[in-house]
Structure formats: structure tokens, C-alpha cells
Design a protein around this ligand. Structure first.
Ligand SMILES: Cc1ncc(COP(=O)(O)O)c(C=O)c1O
Length: 278
């Protein structure tokens, strides 16, 4: 599995060969999924929206009450590892060895992963997500924690039913997000996306796509929408750091074709990356 990392892994800032990179089995990150993480895209050695990702990491670690290393240090580690070309820069923060002293003896891991193959489009199964914060207030709402078991199970369940991934629906049939991506759709030329008050992850790609839409003159609306709004859309797409803006060709039994607005957003997003990382 050493091909998972391009270049060295940083553990608390110390360079380590991927084969030697390890976390204690007593760490509550491993034992309880207590910790947080970020995944950022690097484009030719430039980390896209590093500041926004580190803001979100701070938000996650604040919610978990885990102290992070100084921002300048984290930033330097990301720039150092992210300088290795095109990749997915991963930052993991574990809870440490003692739940009474969160963040003591904890581990911050930073490494660069090769960009995985991304298909041209995805087919989504529509499923209920009773574990999702779904607008309810909870300690960890909006945090990107290590506890991704339910999300992974949703993806694997969708795959077992012949789809590529899942579209998660909350109580009262409200459209939320995917297990690792945000959702958007187009109806009558307007881009719709679930609002952040549904407590979906504050996706950086979703934010950049909304900015792109503003720039290229596509009206946008964020809110709480029932699943029929998604199923009646003209175009559907997903947004994430790894997938960027990617067309959806099925949601449950309903088929879609990649449409012109999605393609404009996809190109516009690439232009934004070129401007910020060029
Ligand atoms: C649940 C969830 N929603 C949305 C996203 C997309 O976020 P971003 O655009 O910051 O990658 C992710 C990314 O991993 C996610 O895990």
C-alpha cells in the first residue's frame, strides 16, 4: 500500500517513509474515530484554497476540543508536502492517547496521495441518512470528523445495488449531500443546492462553484428541498475536491444527461483553479 503516498509522510512535522508511518493502536482516533481530517487538491504543487481548508480543520478540531498545532506550522507542512505536483493532500488529526486530555500525544499526519481516476459521470442511489445531523444541532454538526463509517457504508450499499454512490436524504425527505460530495442541480437555468443550515459539510468546491456561477451569470438558490425537486431537475451534478464538478446520469430510477449548465460550471471551476493556482 506504499503507493498511497507521493513522497514522504509528515507525522507531527517529522518526515517519515510511507512504509514506516504509523499511529498507535491506543489512539482514540483509531479506537473511536475521534479526530478530524481534510482532503485538498493540489494542482501542479499549488494547494487549492488552503486557507479555507485550514479554517474548516480548525472548526472541526474546535468542535472536537482537540488543540491543533499553530496555524503557521500546519500551513508550512501542507505547502511542503503539497508541493509534490498534482495530488490529493490529506491531513489527519487524531484525538491522542487520553480522552481526558484531548490532543495530548495526538498525531497530525500530512501526506500527498495520487489523484484517483475520476469517471466522467456518476449514478446515485437515493437513500435515507438517519445518522445525518440534517439541520439538528449537535456537538459535531459541520465538523469533518474521522467517523465516516455510515458514509462509507452508504457508498458501499449503493454500489451493491448497481449505483456508483449515494444521494443522502434526511427527515421530511430533505435533500442533503453525498457521502463525500455536495449535490447541485439545475432547473430552468437556475442552480439549486441544499443550504448549509441542513448541516451538510461546508464544501469548499460547492462554495467555489457558487462563486463560479455568479461569475458566469448562472442564478443560484440554496435552501431545503424535497427529493422530488432533485428528481424533476433538468441536470444534476456533484461537487467535491476530488470530483470537482461532475455530471450525474441517474438518481435512483430517474436518468439524466450531462447538461450545458453543468458543463459550463465544470469549465468555469477549472478556470477558477487556473486563476488561483496558475
Ligand atoms: C460529506 C461531505 N460532503 C461534501 C464534501 C465535499 O467537500 P469539499 O468540496 O470541501 O471537498 C465532502 C468531502 O469530503 C464530504 O465528505
Amino acid at each position: 500500500m506504499n503507493d498511497r503516498a507521493i513522497g514522504p509522510v509528515l507525522i507531527n512535522g517529522e518526515e517519515c517513509a510511507p512504509a514506516d508511518a504509523a499511529v498507535s493502536i491506543f489512539d482514540i482516533g483509531f479506537q473511536r474515530g475521534y479526530g478530524c481530517f481534510e482532503a485538498m487538491r493540489t494542482y501542479d504543487g499549488c494547494v487549492f484554497r488552503l486557507d479555507q481548508h485550514l479554517d474548516r480543520l480548525e472548526h472541526s478540531s474546535d468542535n472536537l476540543r482537540i488543540a491543533l498545532p499553530q496555524r503557521g506550522l500546519l500551513e508550512a507542512w501542507c505547502v511542503r508536502v503539497g508541493g509534490g505536483g498534482d495530488g490529493v493532500l490529506r491531513v489527519y488529526v487524531t484525538g491522542g492517547l487520553d480522552p481526558r486530555h484531548l490532543g495530548r500525544d495526538n498525531v497530525v499526519v500530512v501526506y500527498l496521495e495520487p489523484v484517483p481516476d475520476v469517471p466522467a459521470s456518476v449514478r446515485l442511489d437515493l437513500i435515507e441518512a438517519p445518522w445525518h445531523a440534517d439541520g439538528r444541532v449537535s456537538e459535531l454538526a459541520g465538523a469533518k470528523t474521522l467517523s465516516y463509517g455510515p458514509n462509507l457504508a452508504a457508498t458501499l450499499g449503493a454500489k451493491s445495488r448497481g449505483f456508483d454512490d449515494a444521494a443522502l436524504i434526511g427527515q421530511n425527505d430533505v435533500v442533503l449531500e453525498g457521502p463525500t460530495f455536495s449535490l447541485g442541480w439545475v432547473r430552468d437555468g437556475i442552480l439549486f443546492t441544499p443550504s448549509l443550515d441542513t448541516h451538510i459539510l461546508a464544501s469548499i468546491t460547492r462554495q467555489a462553484t457558487l462563486e463560479t456561477a455568479d461569475r458566469i451569470g448562472i442564478p443560484t438558490e440554496a435552501g431545503r428541498y424535497r427529493s422530488e425537486r432533485l428528481l424533476e431537475a433538468d441536470e444534476v451534478f456533484v461537487m467535491s475536491t476530488v470530483k470537482e464538478v461532475l455530471p450525474v446520469t441517474a438518481v435512483g430510477p430517474v436518468s439524466f444527461v450531462p447538461g450545458p449548465v453543468t458543463l459550463r460550471l465544470r469549465e468555469g471551476f477549472k478556470d477558477l483553479v487556473a486563476t488561483e493556482c496558475g
